[in-house]
Design a protein around this ligand. Structure first.
Ligand code: GLA
Length: 726
């Protein structure tokens, strides 16, 4: 899949359908040449001719290198040497001198994919990796650029490992993981922006001159922007046009940008946000930049989506969970908030078990003195005033109903009103001399302190050892402010947020080692840390605190742009909805929550009886379609987010033997009765049957399928198509 042509000085990475090409100019500059549809050969050096037009200038007078460097399509651009566009790396030595100049040194092509120290990463069989080493001999700084590909998948997975091969420390002030040069065509860029309970709305804008970027500096990937960007050809649609996309396998601060420079070329990059970041690299040490998954599609967003979905299912999510049926759960948060005792929880479980629900998840409020959100984070001991008889008794009682038990933690936090804070006020992230800002009455634990990491691990593990707990919801409910640590030297304060992310990875990795059967669901005030980094540890992530079915349409559509449906935590909740006050039919809430890991978020003993009576059949429908939802190819057919009336998507099994079409009429329109939706992905020459009627697949795909005259608002249906035997 990967070759080096020494005559042409060309590296060529081939995936199933695409090629990624780099070259070496003047024996020292590594430049980007091509990323797009698969090319047949390596006679590609001529594509560098344009970039070399100014090369002579620097041969005559090297001091004039800026005119050359500022137009070169650099594979890993550096700052301070004459390329004035966005850079990937900035560094300083111990006396504060900055500027990095990287020259090509060597390469190797290896079978498999080397691990990235302490970081989540794609894994699995059928990988090949190209490592290209660049060096700055003045700073004694080495950069190893890594490109991995998996057989049968089109993604190119990028990272960079920085090593200090000198004898004095270096300060890495910026280190991005990937950069792409996109040439002169007109492009749009797509990002996902949002807010609490309003995560990941699709935003599309023209790439004009200058730099356009999104970022998080909150210490988490965030509600507000998402570590994803796609740069697409003008007019690209779901099915047509070029798409270049990046998604970051990381859960902390990030930046992603596209910059159109003076000559019209466009540079696209992603990595850890340099704002507030500085990593001290001692002599001989290395720093691994997290992975960026790069995807090119020549056939619009649908093809991009399927590359991401397949990659994440095959090479990122833990094998033990990725395709296994998840228990249908009921979570008590919206049902009770903090107001519960062991009887109420048991009653909910008992009633839920009668309707086929398989797991009870006990949310916030079971520990310390936590009867509201003002206290007790950090005091991870069971509140036996609330749960009389203790946790083990409750878990045993729930297990005796044939149900599993899961529990909520927010391990990275400390409440100022807690036993832990009384003992260790210095364990909170804070800046000496300043009153630290609270969010939801809480502070963040300083995970750059090893003692704190050990305390957190033992607090969670002790509870998991104490009873038969099979699921953990790991929450993180505030952004970082007042970023300071008591245990780090002054020149290491810029490491705090990255160290925090690494510690979260370490903690979750350790938990899964000690409790390998555990189903982990990450959460962050809903979906503020919904990213591939977290997916590596938890095969499902709570998508949003907004459980309103209609709001969820947009949130789940955007989330599914790159994440498979089987990872999207989606629950049926009670109405009027707690976030927006909307009332939707219980059936519709069920259909929409099925585009995810299905569950309930309500007090089942309190909802109307006619709703309660629907639960068993919803669970049955979910179980019926679950294998298809988990393994099939997902296609977006219509978007309520853009048309404001209806939503439609389709899932087709890999062998094309069956498909489901999910149609939601959000608002009825007068004089607009039936809808016609063009299906995708079917076996073109086959016939499909639904509801006793047979259709030609080519007619369904070119002509469309007629959804009959839905009446009223908020109506949803699932159409199941089965391929006819010849
Ligand atoms: C966050 C989560 C919710 C719930 C509460 C509990 O907001 O997103 O699902 O767990 O915390 O405090």
């Amino acid at each position: 899949m990967i070759v080096f042509d020494g005559k042409e000085n060309i590296f060529k990475i081939d995936t199933e359908n695409n090629s990624y090409v780099m070259g070496i100019i003047d024996e020292k500059y590594l430049v980007h040449i091509y990323y797009g549809k698969k090319l047949s050969g390596t006679h590609l050096a001529y594509l560098l001719d344009m970039d070399q037009e100014y090369l002579n200038d620097i041969h005559i007078n090297y001091g004039e290198k800026s005119s050359f460097l500022d137009r070169l399509p650099m594979e890993y651009p550096t700052a301070g040497m004459g390329d004035f566009r966005q850079s990937c790396i900035e560094a300083a030595d111990t006396i504060g001198k900055t500027g990095v100049e990287l020259f090509y040194d060597s390469y190797k092509i290896i079978a498999g994919k080397p691990a990235l120290d302490g970081l989540p990463a794609t894994f699995g069989d059928g990988a090949q990796t190209l490592c290209i080493t660049l060096k700055d001999d003045v700073l004694k700084l080495e950069v190893e650029l890594r490109y991995s590909v998996f057989e049968g998948n089109d993604a190119v997975i990028r990272s960079a490992v920085i090593t200090n091969y000198g004898d004095k420390p270096l300060y890495i002030e910026k280190v991005l993981s990937a950069c792409l040069e996109l040439g002169y065509e007109l492009h749009d860029y797509i990002t996902l922006h949002g807010s609490w309970a309003r995560e990941r709305r699709i935003d599309r804008q023209r790439v004009g001159f200058g730099c356009h970027s999104v970022e998080s500096s909150r210490g988490i990937s965030s509600h507000q922007e998402h570590p994803f960007m796609a740069v697409v050809s003008e007019g690209a649609t779901q099915e047509t046009g070029d798409v270049y996309a990046m998604n970051f396998v990381y859960s902390g601060n990030f930046v992603s940008f596209v910059e159109k420079a003076q000559f019209g070329t466009q540079r696209f990059g992603m990595g850890i946000n340099p704002n507030g970041f500085c990593w001290k690299l001692e002599a001989g040490e290395s720093f691994a930049a997290p992975e960026v998954v790069t995807v090119y599609s020549d056939a619009g967003l649908d093809k991009m989506t399927s590359t991401f979905h397949d990659l994440y299912r095959e090479h990122l999510i833990r094998k033990s969970w990725v395709y296994s049926e998840r228990p249908v759960l009921i979570n008590n948060w919206e049902g009770t908030y903090f107001d519960f005792d062991e009887k109420k929880i048991f009653d909910i479980a008992k009633e839920a078990s009668k309707h086929g629900i398989e797991m009870l998840v006990l949310d916030d409020g079971w520990f310390g003195k936590r009867n509201d959100d003002r206290t007790s984070l950090g005091d991870w001991f069971v509140n036996e005033d609330k749960l009389k008889g203790g946790l083990r008794k409750l878990v045993n009682n729930i297990n005796s109903l044939g149900m599993k038990f899961g529990i909520w933690f927010e391990p990275e936090m400390i409440s100022p009103e807690s036993e832990l804070y009384k003992k260790h006020p210095d364990w909170a992230v804070h800046i000496e001399g300043r009153e630290p800002g609270q969010v939801r009455n809480q502070l963040i634990l300083d995970l750059s302190n090893r003692e704190v990491v050990e305390y957190v691990y033992e607090s969670v593990a002790r509870i998991l050892r104490s009873a038969n707990i099979e699921y953990v919801k790991w929450d993180m409910n505030r952004p970082f402010t007042d970023v300071g640590s008591n245990v780090l030297d002054a020149d290491r304060q810029g490491e705090i947020m990255h160290r925090h992310t690494l510690a979260v990875y370490e903690l979750q990795g350790r938990l899964l080692k000690e409790f390998p059967y555990l189903l982990l669901e990450n959460c962050s005030s809903g979906g503020a840390r919904f990213d591939p980094g977290m997916l590596y540890f938890s095969p499902q992530i709570w998508c949003s605190d907004d459980t309103d079915a209609i709001e969820r349409l947009a949130i789940q559509e955007s989330t599914a742009l790159m994440y498979p449906l089987s990872v999207i935590g989606a629950h049926v909740s009670d109405c009027p909805n707690h976030t927006v006050g909307r009332v939707t039919p219980f059936e519709t809430r069920g259909v929409i929550a099925m585009a995810g890991t299905f569950g309930y978020e309500l007090d089942v003993t309190k909802i109307p009886e006619e709703d309660r009576n629907v639960i068993a059949s919803q669970v049955e429908t979910y179980k019926k379609y679950c294998p298809l939802i988990q393994t099939g190819d997902y296609y977006r057919i219509a978007s309520y987010q853009s048309n404001h009336y209806f939503d439609c998507y389709e899932i087709v099994s890999k062998d094309k033997s069956e498909a489901i079409v999910v149609f939601v009429q959000v608002l009825a329109q007068p004089n607009m009765h039936s809808r016609c939706v063009k299906l995708k992905g079917l076996d073109f020459s086959a016939k499909y049957e639904t509801d006793g009627k047979v259709y030609d697949a080519d007619a369904l795909m070119n002509g469309g399928f007629i959804i009959k005259r839905p009446w009223g608002d908020f109506k949803a249906e699932i159409i199941h198509l089965q391929k006819c035997r010849d």
